[in-house]
Ligand binder design. Structure first.
Ligand code: NAP
Length: 246
């Protein structure tokens, strides 16, 4: 898969899955805007990517803030000359059982995942529609398919991302823009390290491949969906779970 000359934005790329996606896109030839709330973290990832010989910039963005999202897309096009690939990866959890979940916990998760994905897709699609080419990859979660205890907010948001992916895919197909989603299973990052150890072990024991996923497992699926190897795919959801859900 050759992404030489392609320009990508990855949100939430200062660490975890997003960082690995940014690296793997760069290793396949893409220049990458590393976008995150954490400017220092984004800058550090961008510096490492530049050491691979690719162009890269760290950009501070809150994906739920329209002016910041508009600036992220505009700056990428100004600096790198184009935008070919958008990966909506930024995410948070605010876990609580339904009867204890506050409106703030609900609203925060919906804002980052759903509004964030909407705003970023919209800003990128305006450009991609005009040039009649583009790849958008949204990071959902298997929680959006099966539902997770303590995550009514997160499971709902991740299911919503699947609906948005399919609607946008139908709208944009005739403009040569593919919109797909990836549903990771249980992946070893700061997000899942916050899960109590006992629960982590139960979740890992349920994985037929007998190991927790690593960010690279997800990055490989994203690179595929960002490349011309997936040109006849749109509106699809790739489950990357080590076989945990089939
Ligand atoms: P992570 O290690 O916590 O990384 C998420 C990154 O997103 C962080 O750098 C975070 O910044 C950033 N971020 C949060 N809110 C943001 C916002 N409003 N605007 C811009 N950036 C923001 O999480 P991860 O495990 O890599 O997860 C990446 C994606 O995969 C998420 O969408 C997550 O829901 C999804 N996912 C993860 C798993 C898993 O098992 N890990 C499974 C299924 C799906 P801060 O650290 O400053 O908040």
């Amino acid at each position: 898969m050759d992404l030489t000359g392609k320009i990508a934005i990855v949100t939430g790329a200062a660490k975890g899955i997003g960082r690995e996606i940014a690296f793997l896109l760069a290793k396949h030839g893409a220049d990458v805007t590393v976008a995150d709330l954490d400017q220092e973290g984004a800058d550090a990832v961008a510096e490492e990517i530049r050491s691979l010989g690719r162009r890269s910039r760290g950009v501070q963005v809150n994906v739920a803030n329209r002016p910041e999202v508009t600036a992220m897309v505009r700056d990428t096009i100004e600096h790198f000359g184009d935008l070919d690939i958008l990966v909506n990866n930024a995410g948070i959890t605010r876990d609580a059982m339904l009867h204890k979940m506050t409106e703030e916990q609900f609203d925060e998760v919906i804002a980052v995942h759903m509004k964030g994905t909407f705003l970023c897709m919209q800003a990128a699609a305006i450009h991609m529609r005009e040039k009649r080419k583009g790849k958008i990859v949204n990071i959902s979660s298997i929680a959006g398919k099966v539902g997770n205890i303590g995550q009514v907010n997160y499971s709902g948001a991740k299911a919503g991302i699947v609906g948005m992916t399919k609607a946008a895919a139908k709208e944009l197909a005739k403009y040569g823009v593919c919109v797909n989603a990836v549903q990771p299973g249980f992946i070893d990052t700061d997000m899942t390290r916050a899960v109590p150890e006992k629960v982590r072990q139960i979740k890992i024991a349920e994985i037929p491949m007998e190991r927790i996923g690593v960010p690279l497992d997800i990055a490989k699926a994203v690179v595929f969906l960002s490349s011309d190897y997936s040109d006849y795919m749109t509106g699809t959801v790739l489950e990357v779970t080590g076989g945990r859900y089939m």
